[in-house]
Structure formats: C-alpha cells, structure tokens
Write a protein that binds this ligand. Structure first.
Ligand code: SF4
Length: 437
C-alpha cells in the first residue's frame, strides 16, 4: 500500500485539515507513516501567519527533499501554499505539488500528475468546500477537533488568513451533529469545534448558540470546547447556550491582540479596550469559574510605549490564565503593509520579554490559588517526563498525575498538589472513577 507522511505546522485548524487529507488519501488506499524516509508521498501542511513559520518550512523542505526517492512526491499544502502558490514551485525545485486549504480533494490527481513528471498547484478558493463526504482519519483519542466553519470575513489589518482561507462559510448544523454522533459512538467524549471566528457560525438557519446546544447534548459528549471566538460575537443567545449546556467547558480562548484602543483601531478589530472588558465581564457572569486565555501581538505598526503599557495593564486587569504572545510580523498581502511607523525589532523584542514576564506572573498568581483544589480531569496520555500521566481540567489546566496507563481516555478526580506557575502536579482523590462515556 502506498504511504503518506504529513508534517503539520500552525493552528488546530491545520491539525484538523491534515486529518482530512489523510481521509482523502485513505480512500485511495494510502496508509499513514511517521517516517518520512519510508513515505511515498510527503506533505508539509503549512502556516502563513508569521514570517518565522514560513522560513521554518522552507528550511524543513531542504531536509525532506533529501528523503525523496525516484517516484516519490513532495508537496506543500495549507496557508503558505495558498499564499505563495506556483511561486513555491519556482522557489523549491524539488516540490511537486502546491495545494491551498480548499484544494485537498485534488490531492490524488496532483499526486498522479507529479508521478508523471508534472508539477502543479491548486490554490483556487471554493466557497462551497466543506469536505462533507470525507471521513477524517483521526488518532485514537478521547478528544477530537471538528471544523465547523472555514475562512474569515473579518479584515484585521495584520492577518493573512482571509487571503489564505477565503471567505467565511459554515457547515450545516445537522452535518456537524452527525459527525459528533459518530465520534461519540466510537468513544470520543471531548470535542473542540473549530473556526476562525467560530462564534460567528451561522449555517443560514442555525447560529452558534444552536450549535452548542445541539452538539453539547449528543449522548456521550462530556466536554465541549471551541476555538477561536471573536470577542464581539458573544451574543446573549450564545452566552445563554454556554451557561445552559453542561458539556461546555469553563474555558474560553479570547484573542484580544492589544490592550490599547488606538492600536485595536489600527488593527481593525471591532472592539476597543472598554468593549473587550465588557465581553470578559459578560462571560464571567455567564460561566462561573471561567478560565480565560488570549493572544497578544506586541510591536504592531504605530504601537507606542504608552500603548504597550495599556496591554500590560489589560493583562493585569483581566487576569488571564495564560496568553500566547507574539512579535508583530509584517505579512506581504495584508492591509497593514500600508501602515507607517513600524516598530524597531529590538523594541519589539524588549516589549515581548516584558509582556511574557507579566503574563507569567499573573498566571502564576491565579494558579497558586488553585493548589489544594479538586478537579475532574481527562487523562490524555503519558507525560513527557517522569513516567507520569498528562491530564487536563475543564478549565484547560494541565496537571501531571501518577497513575496507570489504563487511565488514558478516562476521567478522574484529582487534587492539585503543586504548580510550576503554569502546569500542576496532582494526586488522584478517587480511584477507579468514571470510565469513558
Ligand atoms: S478574525 Fe481577524 S485575526 Fe482572526 S482570522 Fe479573521 S482576519 Fe485573522
């Protein structure tokens, strides 16, 4: 049987898309391999959000091309493929095919053409494409990602995603529920709904509130997560659905990007600092014990020291449980290329370090307060060190626990015994607790 190796960079949407590509190729008889040297087809699923990510992929292509034997195929897929298109074929002569996020259906055809010596790209947007008939090939796990929306209609000036993933479109609610029902039947108990602005989901009849209620009540579905929401798309209906659906977890990843209203305006985010704080307050009123994480960009064009301090103060004021922090990276093709007053690299670096210090301090303070408390955790798998198990709370806190490998995929109650500031050590408080489902 032919084998395919897929290396995935970037966000969870890319992880989910790699599972779809495996599904497309499984129908052609391909099996997955984790060894690129043994693969007949090597695919690199890429991210275009930061220049650094693209440079990493180009470096990696230099390594993978060495594993190519006669007849093997090397492809670049995903957002960077969409952004650069046929230019990638010129830039890396060993690359045989380039496919954007809407073109995965053409993988078998382009692979066959590559075997015939033809190098090709498919980077057309297909507004109808949801891969509804393609069963994703997922790892055997209690958790699964389910894409419910593709593309983005927002135009944040720093972001390349609308250019790489095209306009927003949502899957039909019934199709999502059917997929989740099948997952539940095969033992999945935790689902993360994916979309670029997932809470703006609308299939023409049903909104995100309907989707949460429908997915959250699929028998066997114990935990429901979603990422990433857009702050101002939390309608009263969505808040009520979150509060009224027990499976919805007490964690929201709420990208703020900056604490300065002036910078948010330049980013074309559709809220200012005050509005963001209102959304935080509304979420906390709706969901008690809510954990909040965020994304923050430092050094966006025109960001002054005062603007940056507003970001620091917002982190303190909200009390985020964690934050993904990034230096702004100018992307060709985004509206921000037209902005002036770009921030010097050394200033960005210095601000990033200061931000990380504050984020860690705020997170550590919140996490220290949790030592001694008990939580339900899902046992995800072996931890990277110490022969322990890695587990996760509903609030998305990671705790390392001593236990049997049989516990993987089951839910346990644990007491937090200590914290590094970001992760926890924990102790099981009840043996032989609930099994999957
Ligand atoms: S909402 Fe903004 S940041 Fe998010 S994907 Fe769309 S354009 Fe990019």
């Amino acid at each position: 049987m032919p084998s395919v190796y897929i290396e995935t960079y970037g966000c969870q949407m890319n992880v989910s898309d790699s599972e779809l590509m495996l599904g497309v190729l499984a129908r052609e008889g391909y099996v997955r391999t984790d060894d690129p040297t043994a693969a007949d087809v090597m695919l690199v699923n890429t991210c275009a959000v930061r220049d650094h990510a693209e440079q990493r992929v180009l470096g990696r292509m230099g390594e993978l091309k060495r594993y190519k034997r006669p007849g093997d195929v090397l492809g670049v897929v995903g957002c960077m493929a969409q952004r650069l298109g046929p230019r990638l074929l010129e830039r890396v002569p060993q690359v045989d095919l380039v496919i954007g996020p809407d073109g995965y259906r053409s993988l078998p055809e382009l692979i066959a053409r590559a075997r015939g010596g033809e190098r090709a790209a498919d980077v057309a947007f297909k507004g109808w494409e949801h891969y509804e008939d393609v069963p994703p090939v997922r790892p055997d796990s209690a958790s699964a990602f389910v894409t419910v929306q593709r593309g983005c209609d927002y135009r944040c000036t720093f972001c390349i995603v609308p250019m790489t993933r095209g306009p927003e479109r949502s899957r039909r609610l019934a199709d999502v529920v059917n997929e989740v029902t099948r997952l539940a039947a095969s033992g999945t108990t935790e689902v993360t709904l994916l979309g670029q602005t997932v809470n703006s989901y609308h299939d023409g009849t049903h909104d995100f509130a309907d989707l949460l209620r429908a997915v959250g009540t699929v028998p066997g579905m114990r935990r429901l997560r979603f990422t990433s929401p857009y702050p101002t798309d939390f309608t009263e209906r969505v808040l009520a659905a979150m509060a009224g659906t027990p499976a919805v977890c007490e964690h929201v990843h709420l990208p703020v990007q900056s604490g300065s209203s002036r910078v948010l305006k330049r980013m074309l985010r559709r809220y200012d600092r005050a509005r963001f704080l209102e959304v935080v307050a509304a979420l906390r009123r709706a969901i008690s014990g809510l954990a909040l994480t965020t994304d923050i960009i430092v050094g966006f064009a025109g960001e002054t020291e005062d603007d940056f301090r507003e970001t620091l103060s917002l982190v303190e004021e909200v009390g985020f449980d964690d934050a993904y922090t990034f230096k702004y990276s100018l992307r060709e093709g985004t509206p921000a290329v037209r902005l002036k007053d770009h921030v010097a690299e050394d200033v960005k670096t210095e601000r990033l370090e200061r931000l990380i210090t504050v984020v860690r301090r705020v997170a550590a303070r919140r996490n220290m307060a949790l030592v001694g408390t008990t939580h339900e955790v899902l046992v995800e798998g072996p931890a990277k060190r110490g022969g322990l198990l890695q587990t996760r709370t509903r609030t998305n806190k990671v705790a390392l626990v001593e236990g049997s490998p049989d516990w993987i995929g089951t839910y346990r109650r644990v007491r937090f015994t200590g914290t590094t500031g970001s992760t926890f050590t924990a102790w099981p408080v009840e043996q032989e607790r609930t099994l999957v489902g």
